[in-house]
Ligand binder design. Structure first.
Ligand code: NAD
Ligand code: MN
Length: 368
Protein backbone atom coordinates (compact mmCIF):
# COMPACT_ATOMS: atom_id res chain seq x y z
CA UNK A 1 0.00 0.00 0.00
CA UNK A 2 1.45 3.41 -0.97
CA UNK A 3 2.45 5.43 2.08
CA UNK A 4 2.36 9.21 2.24
CA UNK A 5 3.60 11.34 5.12
CA UNK A 6 1.73 14.65 5.48
CA UNK A 7 3.57 17.47 7.23
CA UNK A 8 1.28 20.53 7.31
CA UNK A 9 3.91 22.80 8.89
CA UNK A 10 3.24 26.43 9.76
CA UNK A 11 1.13 29.44 8.79
CA UNK A 12 -1.17 28.61 5.87
CA UNK A 13 0.46 25.15 5.65
CA UNK A 14 -2.33 23.28 7.52
CA UNK A 15 -5.02 25.18 5.56
CA UNK A 16 -3.69 24.25 2.12
CA UNK A 17 -2.75 20.72 3.24
CA UNK A 18 -6.38 20.10 4.11
CA UNK A 19 -7.37 20.95 0.52
CA UNK A 20 -4.56 18.85 -0.94
CA UNK A 21 -5.60 15.77 1.02
CA UNK A 22 -9.19 16.04 -0.22
CA UNK A 23 -7.87 16.03 -3.77
CA UNK A 24 -5.53 13.14 -3.00
CA UNK A 25 -8.52 11.16 -1.67
CA UNK A 26 -10.55 11.81 -4.78
CA UNK A 27 -7.73 10.87 -7.18
CA UNK A 28 -6.89 7.78 -5.13
CA UNK A 29 -10.49 6.62 -5.27
CA UNK A 30 -10.52 7.08 -9.05
CA UNK A 31 -7.22 5.20 -9.42
CA UNK A 32 -8.42 2.49 -7.01
CA UNK A 33 -5.34 3.03 -4.90
CA UNK A 34 -5.60 3.11 -1.14
CA UNK A 35 -3.05 5.29 0.53
CA UNK A 36 -1.84 5.01 4.08
CA UNK A 37 -1.48 8.59 5.30
CA UNK A 38 0.41 9.56 8.43
CA UNK A 39 0.75 13.05 9.92
CA UNK A 40 3.47 14.79 11.86
CA UNK A 41 5.05 18.13 12.73
CA UNK A 42 7.64 20.10 10.78
CA UNK A 43 9.66 23.26 11.38
CA UNK A 44 7.93 25.81 13.69
CA UNK A 45 5.25 23.35 14.76
CA UNK A 46 8.00 20.84 15.53
CA UNK A 47 10.21 23.38 17.28
CA UNK A 48 7.43 24.47 19.62
CA UNK A 49 6.94 20.89 20.78
CA UNK A 50 10.37 19.26 20.42
CA UNK A 51 12.90 22.15 20.25
CA UNK A 52 14.10 20.87 16.90
CA UNK A 53 12.87 21.72 13.37
CA UNK A 54 12.58 18.05 12.41
CA UNK A 55 12.78 15.01 14.68
CA UNK A 56 14.49 11.72 13.90
CA UNK A 57 11.05 10.09 14.12
CA UNK A 58 9.78 12.29 11.28
CA UNK A 59 12.87 11.56 9.19
CA UNK A 60 12.38 7.81 9.75
CA UNK A 61 8.70 8.08 8.80
CA UNK A 62 9.68 10.00 5.64
CA UNK A 63 12.22 7.28 4.74
CA UNK A 64 9.53 4.69 5.19
CA UNK A 65 7.11 6.55 2.85
CA UNK A 66 6.79 6.71 -0.94
CA UNK A 67 6.19 10.44 -0.85
CA UNK A 68 6.03 13.32 1.60
CA UNK A 69 3.60 16.24 1.37
CA UNK A 70 4.61 19.50 3.03
CA UNK A 71 2.25 22.48 3.43
CA UNK A 72 4.63 25.34 4.18
CA UNK A 73 7.13 26.17 6.90
CA UNK A 74 8.49 29.22 8.66
CA UNK A 75 7.33 32.41 10.27
CA UNK A 76 8.64 35.37 12.23
CA UNK A 77 8.60 33.40 15.51
CA UNK A 78 11.25 30.97 14.22
CA UNK A 79 13.14 32.80 11.44
CA UNK A 80 16.05 33.85 13.67
CA UNK A 81 16.52 30.78 15.83
CA UNK A 82 20.02 29.30 15.56
CA UNK A 83 20.37 25.63 16.57
CA UNK A 84 23.57 23.61 16.91
CA UNK A 85 24.72 21.78 13.77
CA UNK A 86 24.87 22.50 10.05
CA UNK A 87 22.50 24.42 7.78
CA UNK A 88 20.10 21.46 7.64
CA UNK A 89 19.45 21.83 11.35
CA UNK A 90 18.16 25.39 10.90
CA UNK A 91 15.15 24.49 8.74
CA UNK A 92 12.79 21.52 8.73
CA UNK A 93 12.51 21.28 4.96
CA UNK A 94 16.24 21.61 4.43
CA UNK A 95 16.69 18.84 7.01
CA UNK A 96 14.51 16.48 4.96
CA UNK A 97 16.04 17.50 1.61
CA UNK A 98 19.55 16.96 2.99
CA UNK A 99 18.99 13.61 4.69
CA UNK A 100 16.84 12.22 1.88
CA UNK A 101 19.06 13.74 -0.84
CA UNK A 102 16.11 14.96 -2.89
CA UNK A 103 18.38 16.94 -5.17
CA UNK A 104 16.09 17.51 -8.16
CA UNK A 105 13.75 20.44 -7.50
CA UNK A 106 10.89 20.78 -10.00
CA UNK A 107 9.27 24.20 -10.02
CA UNK A 108 6.89 24.40 -12.93
CA UNK A 109 5.38 27.78 -13.77
CA UNK A 110 2.85 28.40 -16.49
CA UNK A 111 0.34 30.93 -17.59
CA UNK A 112 -3.30 30.02 -17.04
CA UNK A 113 -5.72 31.28 -19.66
CA UNK A 114 -8.30 32.58 -17.17
CA UNK A 115 -5.58 34.40 -15.18
CA UNK A 116 -3.80 36.33 -17.95
CA UNK A 117 -5.11 39.61 -16.57
CA UNK A 118 -3.49 38.78 -13.18
CA UNK A 119 -0.01 38.77 -14.68
CA UNK A 120 1.91 42.02 -15.07
CA UNK A 121 3.29 40.62 -18.34
CA UNK A 122 1.55 41.18 -21.67
CA UNK A 123 -0.80 38.30 -22.57
CA UNK A 124 0.77 37.82 -26.00
CA UNK A 125 4.12 37.17 -24.29
CA UNK A 126 2.86 34.79 -21.61
CA UNK A 127 0.34 32.83 -23.67
CA UNK A 128 1.26 29.15 -23.72
CA UNK A 129 4.39 29.67 -21.60
CA UNK A 130 5.33 26.58 -19.59
CA UNK A 131 8.65 26.85 -17.82
CA UNK A 132 10.21 24.19 -15.63
CA UNK A 133 12.66 25.88 -13.29
CA UNK A 134 14.85 23.03 -12.07
CA UNK A 135 16.47 23.91 -8.78
CA UNK A 136 19.37 21.97 -7.30
CA UNK A 137 18.13 21.28 -3.75
CA UNK A 138 21.01 19.85 -1.72
CA UNK A 139 24.11 21.98 -2.31
CA UNK A 140 25.42 25.43 -3.15
CA UNK A 141 25.46 28.51 -0.95
CA UNK A 142 22.40 27.53 1.09
CA UNK A 143 24.09 24.34 2.28
CA UNK A 144 27.49 25.96 2.80
CA UNK A 145 29.32 23.99 5.49
CA UNK A 146 31.87 26.77 5.72
CA UNK A 147 29.88 29.72 7.02
CA UNK A 148 30.01 32.19 9.81
CA UNK A 149 28.82 35.36 11.40
CA UNK A 150 31.13 37.22 13.73
CA UNK A 151 33.70 39.90 14.25
CA UNK A 152 36.79 40.19 12.04
CA UNK A 153 39.16 43.08 12.82
CA UNK A 154 36.44 44.73 14.84
CA UNK A 155 33.96 44.65 11.98
CA UNK A 156 30.93 42.35 11.71
CA UNK A 157 31.34 39.81 8.91
CA UNK A 158 29.03 37.12 7.55
CA UNK A 159 29.91 34.52 4.94
CA UNK A 160 28.62 31.35 3.27
CA UNK A 161 31.07 29.48 1.08
CA UNK A 162 29.39 28.45 -2.17
CA UNK A 163 30.64 25.09 -3.38
CA UNK A 164 29.54 22.35 -5.77
CA UNK A 165 31.31 19.14 -6.60
CA UNK A 166 31.01 17.39 -9.93
CA UNK A 167 28.89 14.54 -8.61
CA UNK A 168 26.24 16.94 -7.34
CA UNK A 169 26.11 18.87 -10.61
CA UNK A 170 26.14 15.77 -12.79
CA UNK A 171 23.23 13.93 -11.15
CA UNK A 172 21.22 17.14 -11.22
CA UNK A 173 21.97 17.93 -14.88
CA UNK A 174 21.11 14.36 -15.93
CA UNK A 175 17.77 14.66 -14.20
CA UNK A 176 17.15 17.86 -16.14
CA UNK A 177 17.95 16.36 -19.53
CA UNK A 178 15.80 13.31 -18.79
CA UNK A 179 12.89 15.59 -17.93
CA UNK A 180 13.44 17.71 -21.05
CA UNK A 181 13.08 14.57 -23.17
CA UNK A 182 9.55 14.18 -21.81
CA UNK A 183 8.76 17.83 -22.46
CA UNK A 184 9.69 20.13 -25.34
CA UNK A 185 13.31 18.98 -25.51
CA UNK A 186 15.02 22.25 -24.65
CA UNK A 187 17.44 22.93 -21.77
CA UNK A 188 18.94 26.26 -20.73
CA UNK A 189 21.53 26.16 -17.94
CA UNK A 190 22.16 29.42 -16.09
CA UNK A 191 25.25 30.39 -14.14
CA UNK A 192 27.72 33.19 -13.47
CA UNK A 193 30.75 31.32 -14.80
CA UNK A 194 32.07 34.60 -16.18
CA UNK A 195 32.93 35.71 -12.64
CA UNK A 196 32.75 32.73 -10.22
CA UNK A 197 34.72 29.49 -9.94
CA UNK A 198 31.90 27.31 -8.61
CA UNK A 199 29.93 28.20 -11.75
CA UNK A 200 32.91 27.38 -14.00
CA UNK A 201 32.71 23.85 -12.66
CA UNK A 202 28.93 23.94 -13.03
CA UNK A 203 29.16 24.90 -16.70
CA UNK A 204 31.90 22.37 -17.50
CA UNK A 205 29.95 19.48 -15.97
CA UNK A 206 26.62 20.48 -17.54
CA UNK A 207 28.34 20.69 -20.95
CA UNK A 208 29.66 17.14 -20.48
CA UNK A 209 26.22 15.82 -19.60
CA UNK A 210 24.66 17.73 -22.53
CA UNK A 211 26.95 15.81 -24.90
CA UNK A 212 25.08 12.61 -23.91
CA UNK A 213 21.77 14.17 -25.02
CA UNK A 214 22.26 15.26 -28.65
CA UNK A 215 18.49 15.12 -29.13
CA UNK A 216 17.94 17.92 -26.59
CA UNK A 217 18.49 21.56 -27.69
CA UNK A 218 20.92 22.96 -25.16
CA UNK A 219 22.45 26.33 -24.35
CA UNK A 220 24.20 28.10 -21.48
CA UNK A 221 23.05 31.53 -20.38
CA UNK A 222 24.50 33.94 -17.85
CA UNK A 223 22.02 34.10 -15.00
CA UNK A 224 21.47 37.85 -15.05
CA UNK A 225 20.58 37.79 -18.74
CA UNK A 226 18.50 34.65 -18.10
CA UNK A 227 16.41 36.53 -15.50
CA UNK A 228 15.71 39.19 -18.11
CA UNK A 229 14.96 36.66 -20.88
CA UNK A 230 12.57 34.72 -18.62
CA UNK A 231 10.41 37.82 -18.30
CA UNK A 232 10.95 39.18 -21.83
CA UNK A 233 10.18 35.94 -23.69
CA UNK A 234 8.88 33.32 -21.28
CA UNK A 235 7.54 31.20 -24.14
CA UNK A 236 11.10 30.49 -25.29
CA UNK A 237 11.99 28.39 -22.24
CA UNK A 238 11.36 24.77 -21.36
CA UNK A 239 13.71 23.31 -18.70
CA UNK A 240 16.01 25.80 -16.92
CA UNK A 241 18.87 24.35 -14.82
CA UNK A 242 19.67 26.50 -11.77
CA UNK A 243 21.82 26.15 -8.67
CA UNK A 244 20.00 26.10 -5.33
CA UNK A 245 19.99 29.86 -4.79
CA UNK A 246 19.22 30.99 -8.35
CA UNK A 247 16.50 28.33 -8.55
CA UNK A 248 14.89 29.72 -5.41
CA UNK A 249 14.81 33.21 -6.94
CA UNK A 250 13.81 32.21 -10.46
CA UNK A 251 10.97 29.97 -9.31
CA UNK A 252 9.31 32.86 -7.48
CA UNK A 253 10.13 35.15 -10.43
CA UNK A 254 8.35 32.91 -12.93
CA UNK A 255 5.35 33.02 -10.57
CA UNK A 256 4.44 36.27 -12.33
CA UNK A 257 3.20 34.11 -15.24
CA UNK A 258 0.30 32.90 -13.08
CA UNK A 259 0.00 36.05 -10.98
CA UNK A 260 0.52 34.52 -7.52
CA UNK A 261 2.96 32.42 -5.55
CA UNK A 262 -0.12 30.54 -4.37
CA UNK A 263 -0.49 28.99 -7.84
CA UNK A 264 2.94 27.32 -7.83
CA UNK A 265 3.48 23.62 -7.06
CA UNK A 266 6.85 22.00 -6.50
CA UNK A 267 8.59 18.68 -6.05
CA UNK A 268 12.00 17.62 -4.70
CA UNK A 269 12.91 14.26 -6.20
CA UNK A 270 15.54 11.59 -5.91
CA UNK A 271 15.70 8.98 -8.66
CA UNK A 272 15.32 9.00 -12.43
CA UNK A 273 12.45 11.36 -13.27
CA UNK A 274 11.98 9.51 -16.56
CA UNK A 275 10.52 6.49 -14.75
CA UNK A 276 7.81 8.11 -12.62
CA UNK A 277 8.87 6.14 -9.54
CA UNK A 278 10.88 8.73 -7.64
CA UNK A 279 10.78 9.33 -3.95
CA UNK A 280 9.63 12.92 -3.57
CA UNK A 281 8.83 15.74 -1.20
CA UNK A 282 5.91 17.70 -2.64
CA UNK A 283 5.18 21.22 -1.44
CA UNK A 284 3.86 24.57 -2.56
CA UNK A 285 6.64 26.87 -3.81
CA UNK A 286 5.41 29.81 -1.76
CA UNK A 287 5.97 30.12 1.97
CA UNK A 288 3.78 30.11 5.06
CA UNK A 289 2.24 33.51 4.15
CA UNK A 290 2.08 34.84 7.74
CA UNK A 291 0.19 37.91 6.47
CA UNK A 292 -2.91 35.83 5.64
CA UNK A 293 -2.47 32.74 7.85
CA UNK A 294 -5.46 31.58 9.90
CA UNK A 295 -8.01 33.49 7.84
CA UNK A 296 -9.09 30.69 5.52
CA UNK A 297 -8.29 32.70 2.39
CA UNK A 298 -5.03 31.11 1.17
CA UNK A 299 -4.96 29.89 -2.42
CA UNK A 300 -4.87 26.06 -2.24
CA UNK A 301 -4.18 25.48 -5.95
CA UNK A 302 -0.35 25.38 -5.80
CA UNK A 303 -0.49 22.76 -3.06
CA UNK A 304 -3.20 20.85 -4.93
CA UNK A 305 -1.10 20.85 -8.10
CA UNK A 306 1.76 19.44 -6.00
CA UNK A 307 -0.45 16.39 -5.42
CA UNK A 308 -0.61 16.09 -9.21
CA UNK A 309 3.19 16.16 -9.35
CA UNK A 310 3.22 13.40 -6.74
CA UNK A 311 1.00 11.14 -8.84
CA UNK A 312 3.16 11.89 -11.89
CA UNK A 313 6.62 11.42 -10.39
CA UNK A 314 6.13 8.97 -7.52
CA UNK A 315 3.26 6.83 -8.78
CA UNK A 316 3.78 6.97 -12.58
CA UNK A 317 0.32 8.49 -13.12
CA UNK A 318 1.02 11.44 -15.38
CA UNK A 319 -2.53 11.07 -16.70
CA UNK A 320 -3.95 12.07 -13.29
CA UNK A 321 -1.66 15.08 -13.12
CA UNK A 322 -2.98 16.18 -16.54
CA UNK A 323 -6.58 15.73 -15.44
CA UNK A 324 -5.92 17.80 -12.33
CA UNK A 325 -4.43 20.59 -14.48
CA UNK A 326 -7.60 20.57 -16.57
CA UNK A 327 -9.76 20.73 -13.45
CA UNK A 328 -7.77 23.75 -12.20
CA UNK A 329 -8.18 25.44 -15.57
CA UNK A 330 -11.93 24.75 -15.53
CA UNK A 331 -12.29 26.06 -11.97
CA UNK A 332 -10.53 29.30 -12.84
CA UNK A 333 -12.50 29.61 -16.08
CA UNK A 334 -15.74 29.27 -14.07
CA UNK A 335 -14.70 32.43 -12.22
CA UNK A 336 -13.56 31.04 -8.89
CA UNK A 337 -10.53 32.80 -7.46
CA UNK A 338 -9.01 33.55 -4.11
CA UNK A 339 -7.91 37.04 -3.13
CA UNK A 340 -4.31 36.68 -4.39
CA UNK A 341 -5.60 36.07 -7.93
CA UNK A 342 -8.19 38.81 -7.91
CA UNK A 343 -11.26 37.16 -6.35
CA UNK A 344 -13.02 36.70 -3.04
CA UNK A 345 -13.37 32.90 -2.72
CA UNK A 346 -12.25 31.30 0.52
CA UNK A 347 -9.83 28.36 0.58
CA UNK A 348 -12.75 26.02 1.29
CA UNK A 349 -14.93 27.41 -1.54
CA UNK A 350 -12.06 27.20 -3.98
CA UNK A 351 -11.37 23.61 -2.94
CA UNK A 352 -15.02 22.61 -3.29
CA UNK A 353 -15.20 24.18 -6.76
CA UNK A 354 -12.04 22.35 -7.77
CA UNK A 355 -13.39 19.02 -6.47
CA UNK A 356 -16.57 19.51 -8.51
CA UNK A 357 -14.54 20.26 -11.65
CA UNK A 358 -12.28 17.31 -10.90
CA UNK A 359 -15.27 14.97 -10.62
CA UNK A 360 -16.42 16.09 -14.05
CA UNK A 361 -12.98 15.57 -15.57
CA UNK A 362 -12.65 12.14 -13.98
CA UNK A 363 -16.08 11.05 -15.20
CA UNK A 364 -15.20 12.25 -18.70
CA UNK A 365 -11.92 10.29 -18.50
CA UNK A 366 -13.86 7.17 -17.45
CA UNK A 367 -16.20 7.51 -20.40
CA UNK A 368 -13.41 8.36 -22.86
P1 NAD B 1 5.53 33.79 1.31
O1 NAD B 1 5.59 32.99 0.08
O2 NAD B 1 5.04 33.12 2.53
O3 NAD B 1 4.60 35.08 1.06
C1 NAD B 1 4.86 36.03 0.02
C2 NAD B 1 3.52 36.63 -0.44
O4 NAD B 1 2.82 35.66 -1.21
C3 NAD B 1 2.61 37.02 0.72
O5 NAD B 1 1.92 38.20 0.41
C4 NAD B 1 1.65 35.85 0.82
O6 NAD B 1 0.39 36.19 1.35
C5 NAD B 1 1.55 35.41 -0.64
N1 NAD B 1 1.23 33.98 -0.75
C6 NAD B 1 2.11 32.93 -0.65
N2 NAD B 1 1.46 31.77 -0.76
C7 NAD B 1 0.15 32.08 -0.92
C8 NAD B 1 -1.04 31.32 -1.07
N3 NAD B 1 -1.03 29.96 -1.08
N4 NAD B 1 -2.23 31.98 -1.21
C9 NAD B 1 -2.28 33.33 -1.21
N5 NAD B 1 -1.20 34.11 -1.06
C10 NAD B 1 -0.01 33.49 -0.92
O7 NAD B 1 6.99 34.40 1.55
P2 NAD B 1 7.62 35.28 2.74
O8 NAD B 1 6.60 36.21 3.29
O9 NAD B 1 8.86 35.80 2.18
O10 NAD B 1 8.01 34.21 3.84
C11 NAD B 1 7.16 33.84 4.93
C12 NAD B 1 7.75 32.64 5.66
O11 NAD B 1 7.70 31.49 4.79
C13 NAD B 1 9.20 32.80 6.07
O12 NAD B 1 9.35 32.26 7.36
C14 NAD B 1 9.97 31.98 5.06
O13 NAD B 1 11.17 31.47 5.58
C15 NAD B 1 9.01 30.87 4.77
N6 NAD B 1 9.14 30.21 3.46
C16 NAD B 1 8.83 28.89 3.42
C17 NAD B 1 8.81 28.21 2.22
C18 NAD B 1 8.36 26.78 2.19
O14 NAD B 1 7.72 26.33 3.12
N7 NAD B 1 8.61 26.03 1.14
C19 NAD B 1 9.14 28.88 1.04
C20 NAD B 1 9.43 30.23 1.11
C21 NAD B 1 9.42 30.90 2.33
MN1 MN C 1 11.63 30.09 -2.08
Amino acid sequence: MPKVLALPGDGIGPEIMDSALKVLDRLAEHAQMSFEIDFDLLHGASFDQHRTFCTQVVLDKARDSHAVLVGAVGGPAWDNIRLPGGPENQDGLMFLRHHLQTFLGLRPARSWGPLVSQSPLRPERTQGAEIMILREMCGGAMFARDRGLGLVDGRRRGYDLTAYDETEVERFARGGFELARQRRGRVVSCDKSNVMESYKLWRAVVNEVAADYPDVAFENMFADNCAFQLMARPGYFDVVLCCNQLGDLFSDLTGVLSGSLGMLPSACLVGDPGLGRCFGIYESTGGSAPDIAGRGIANPLGMILSVGLMFEHSFARRDLSRILDQAVEATLAAGYSTQDIGGTATTAAMTDALLTALDQQLRAADRG
